[in-house]
Design a protein around this ligand. Structure first.
Ligand SMILES: [Zn+2]
Length: 690
């Protein structure tokens, strides 16, 4: 027993990373969940009036601590994944999930929100508060709260079966992926493969107890084989194995028990049943409820328009590729397993420059100062070093201030890869801006990347870390998410910053920020060669620009093919009808694909986004958000200045500051003065003359 205060329960200011230990997790989470349950019992009592202050506001305030504390635990699990933290996190995860599931299923809460919505007070609530109430009611409805009592058990069954099927889909795919190995005993077959890939393949074989080299269908092996292996037979074999994972065939990687066709069929049937129970015509309508796009027809029209406009460029791309294949590697009958290989050769022939050369110019202090400079010029704020306890010595902490010196928000920046850190780059929320009884609580964010730490040394001095251009783009992207969270003026938790922003609009600020990594003036200011200190030369920049849109037509059509297939599958395909999923895909391909895969290709069987993850009738979101971000950036291009003060202020006021307080389409229209147009994305992708 200890009488000390548990630091996870200290909500007075920033998280106490200097004091928080794994053993604090269980007692803190248990006590917060117990408080949460007691609060819910009190708020759902008949004697509690269905008013904002007695109910909705009290609920948000009362549940904030458990969300904030669990956020800290989740963050530490992601950035400091040592056994003790993993154990502490996993030990409490089921408990926390159960708590939030209970919350979403609590019909007494739903009734109170409905009573508040129906009360005279509702008309007097602020826009933000109204939006919070509407979002809550929408989510309860989509969770089946309004179904007649006798239908609820069936709805619950559907939900449970669907989550099992999703897991099954992913497991089948993983099992099939793992089951395949190509053991190569003649090194000549590996011609073309980079040394590190060969070495990994040799180690893989050694580990499996065999001589030679082991190639697999996992991306670090499969990707380079398709891109670099000179042996066409090897590429063809690997392609066939990859394309038939979790399919009905008994050769290559497949086993009939891993066939995902029946799993997909059942998922589609259940989604349709769910939609009908909820009163919608199809699952696509359900999926679009919390999104920015209104109707499946609107999404289909959007995708058809993009497809029509990208098609001539994709046809040019494929013709070029086939011509090059004939002339250079001497491939007359171009096949899908030649595409990545020949593309790589064409890219090298046309735009040869090395990522390593570019990397020498992007030194960390310059890049970070460059990013802060962009933020400061665009949004009239200053970014200053600040201090706070953190989880690693390499973590930096900053504050954003207004010109008058008022605190806007703070963020941690954890740039380097560590063995204990989850891969990739991501922004996470430490604290959300809101109004409390004590005044405004300012927002705090985490920016996490996995870049290489400084390694070089000269004259006893450590040289700064250097980043690839892609890494710089990643940093700007995550900073964009961070700004969405930090520059909000939201005062209600449920719609402040990123909270409540539609899923297909949430990438707008992040992709918007990427554009600055392609501005010549910006790059001049944020590059300094690690040896000479010289900024990026124009000649190298021109090559980067030229390569930027390499095969953009083909790539865009491919994304549209997936998105169209996904949307049509969920709005017009009849899972109990006569035609098959493969037939629908073939029909989509006849419309949009320029490179038709072989008849035995089973793409849907590995389309995890929509069958194993949360993207069902949502795959279009990628392109949708790109349209928004490109069109938003075009407002600056039209003003003739990427830092135009008026446009910058409008972007801040109408988009970033608004957060989830109103529908994204209203925010966009308020910023742009009109609805989004696809032209800017096509132009940025080299598909319209500038
Ligand atoms: Zn993002």
């Amino acid at each position: 027993m200890t009488t000390e205060i548990n630091p996870l329960l200290d909500f007075s200011d920033l998280p106490r990373f200097d004091l928080i230990r794994p053993e604090h997790v269980r007692p803190a989470v248990e006590s917060l969940i117990a408080d949460g349950r007691a609060l819910i019992a009190r708020l759902t009592a008949e004697t509690t009036p269905a008013t904002w202050s007695d109910f909705a506001g009290a609920l948000a305030d009362g549940l904030e601590p458990v969300g904030r504390a669990w956020g800290v635990v989740g963050h530490l699990h992601a950035v400091n994944d040592v056994p003790a933290w993993r154990e502490a996190y996993n030990e409490m995860l089921p408990e926390v999930s159960r708590f939030y599931t209970e919350l979403s299923q609590n019909l007494a809460l739903f009734d109170k929100f409905r009573a508040l919505k129906a009360s005279p007070e509702c008309a007097t609530l602020s826009r933000e508060r109204k939006k919070v109430v509407d979002n809550e009611i929408r989510d309860f409805r989509l969770g089946g709260a309004e179904l007649p009592e006798d239908q609820k058990p069936r709805f619950q069954e559907i939900m449970e079966e669907m989550s099992q099927l999703s897991a099954k889909f992913s497991e089948n795919l993983l099992d099939a992926t793992n089951a395949f190995a190509e053991i190569v005993s003649d090194e000549a077959l590996l011609a073309g493969l980079p040394d590190d890939v060969r070495e990994a393949a040799r180690l893989g074989a050694e580990k499996a107890g065999s001589a030679g080299w082991k190639l697999t269908l996992h991306h670090p092996s499969y990707g380079p084989v398709m891109q670099y292996a000179d042996s066409r037979d090897l590429r063809a074999r690997m392609y066939r194995a990859y394309a038939t994972r979790a399919a009905e065939f008994a050769d290559g990687s497949s086993k009939p028990e891993w066939d995902n066709a029946p799993v997909m069929q059942r998922i589609l049937e259940l989604r349709e049943e769910e939609a009908r129970m909820l009163g919608f015509a199809n699952f696509a309508e359900v999926s679009l409820q919390p999104k920015m796009a209104d109707t499946p027809a609107q999404v289909l029209a959007f995708l058809h328009e993009m497809a029509a406009r990208a098609r001539p460029f994709a046809e040019r791309d494929i013709a070029e590729l086939k011509a090059f294949a004939r002339d250079e590697p001497g491939i007359a009958d171009f096949q899908p397993w030649d595409a990545a290989y020949v593309s790589e050769k064409l890219l090298q022939a046309r735009y040869a420059f090395s990522d390593q050369d570019v990397k020498q110019y992007f030194t960390e202090p310059k890049v970070v100062a460059g990013l802060f400079g962009v933020i400061e010029s665009l949004f009239t704020v200053s970014v200053k070093p600040d201090s706070a306890p953190a989880w690693d010595d390499d973590v930096r902490f900053y504050r954003i201030e207004t010109p008058a010196g008022d605190l806007v928000g703070q963020f941690y920046m954890d740039l380097y890869a560590r063995e204990t850190k989850r891969g990739g780059a991501w922004m996470d929320i430490a604290r959300t801006r809101r109004r409390t009884a004590a005044g405004i609580e300012t927002p705090v964010a985490y920016l996490n990347c996995n870049f290489a730490r400084p390694v070089g040394e000269r004259d006893g001095q450590t040289l700064p870390a250097t980043f690839t251009h892609d890494e710089v783009i990643t940093l700007f992207h995550e900073a964009g998410h961070g700004l969405h969270h930090l520059l909000t003026r939201g005062e209600e938790l449920g719609v402040s910053g990123l909270h409540g922003v539609e899923w297909d609009a949430v990438e707008l600020p992040s992709q918007f920020m990427e554009n600055y990594c392609w501005e010549w003036e910006v790059l001049q200011g944020m590059t300094a060669h690690v040896d000479t200190g010289a900024p990026l030369p124009r000649e190298l920049f021109d090559k980067m620009l030229a390569a930027r849109n390499f095969q953009s037509g083909m790539m865009m059509l491919r994304q549209i093919e997936f998105a169209l297939f996904d949307m049509r599958l969920h709005c017009e395909f009849d899972p109990k009808g006569a035609s098959t999923v493969m037939e629908l895909l073939a029909e989509v391909r006849r419309e949009v694909a320029v490179l038709i895969p072989p008849e035995w290709h089973r793409f849907p069987h590995s389309f995890s986004h929509i069958f194993g993850g949360g993207y069902g009738a949502g795959y279009y979101s990628y392109k949708w958000a790109e349209v928004l971000s490109a069109d938003a950036y075009a407002a600056f291009e039209e003003a003739g200045d990427p830092f135009d003060a008026t446009v910058g202020k409008r972007f801040l006021d109408e988009i970033l500051a608004m957060g989830g307080a109103r529908p994204a389409i209203e925010s966009f229209t308020a910023f742009r003065g009109r609805e989004p147009k696809v032209d800017a994305l096509l132009r940025h992708s080299g598909m319209i003359a500038a």
